[in-house]
Design a protein around this ligand. Structure first.
Ligand code: NAG
Ligand code: NAG
Length: 214
């Protein structure tokens, strides 16, 4: 709790640094954010995580949204006849009440997961970020080639030039859609089916950045 009280102080000091020490304009951008931001609702849906919704929250840090953790898995069967879910998705819709005159963008999200892939099988973990009702998207894809058996970490960072921004004055939701795939589904002799799993998001936090509407 005390940390939050100190944070504005720190931000003030950082903003007072000489311009030569500021590494880029995006640092300044991240420090300017509206206060009193509220998340109206977080809703999950998709074959991987099922439909769930979570109540409103006020953001003590306007650049961090706490997202309930979830796990989901894509799994190939032991043989063609036993194919289960080779492609699963989990969509997270985050409705942010953006103060007028401000727009926001997804900046970062971290995930970790587990992969069990025999030789010849590939696992793909893709995350697509967008705003509902808007066709612009940013995607990050990670490929794992079997044989691979272990944990993986993926850290999505959206650089300034790739960012997509919420429309000014709109109530569109941030749409984070994670997809897992296992391919191909040739007959596997393994006693354990090929699988890729994601525990999302790591730490239950999604980073957003703000800018004033232009
Ligand atoms: C997700 O899976 C991990 C590892 O099996 C487990 O520790 C964690 O509790 C699970 N989380 C949820 C939300 O089911
Ligand atoms: C969320 O994004 C996914 C992937 O781009 C898309 O298939 C889905 O229709 C979107 N949902 C909404 C409500 O915008």
């Amino acid at each position: 709790m005390h940390l939050f009280h100190y944070f504005p102080l720190f931000a003030g000091l950082a903003a007072a640094l000489p311009a030569a020490n500021a590494p880029s304009s995006h640092l300044k951008q991240r420090q300017s954010a509206p206060q009193g931001v509220q998340v109206a609702e977080i809703a999950y849906s998709g074959s991987g995580c099922g439909a769930k919704s979570y109540p409103a929250q006020s953001l003590s840090d306007p650049t961090t949204i706490s997202v309930p953790k979830t796990n989901f898995t894509a799994e190939a069967g032991k043989s063609q006849a036993q194919v289960v879910d080779t492609r699963t998705t989990c969509q997270i819709l985050i409705k942010v009440n953006q103060p007028s005159g401000w727009q926001y963008s997804i900046a970062k999200a971290d995930y970790y997961g587990r992969v069990h892939l025999p030789a010849g099988v590939t696992g793909i973990s893709t995350t697509t970020y967008s705003f509902s009702g808007d066709t612009k998207k940013v995607s990050k894809a990670y490929y794992f080639d079997g044989p691979f058996d272990g944990l993986y970490y993926r850290n999505d960072r959206i650089v300034d030039t790739d960012r997509i921004w919420s429309a000014c004055g709109s109530a569109a939701s941030l749409n984070i859609t994670a997809e897992l795939r296992v391919a191909p589904l040739t007959g596997q002799s393994s006693t354990r089916p090929a699988s890729i799993e994601i525990f999302a998001p790591l730490g239950g936090k999604v980073g957003i950045s703000w800018r004033t509407c232009t």
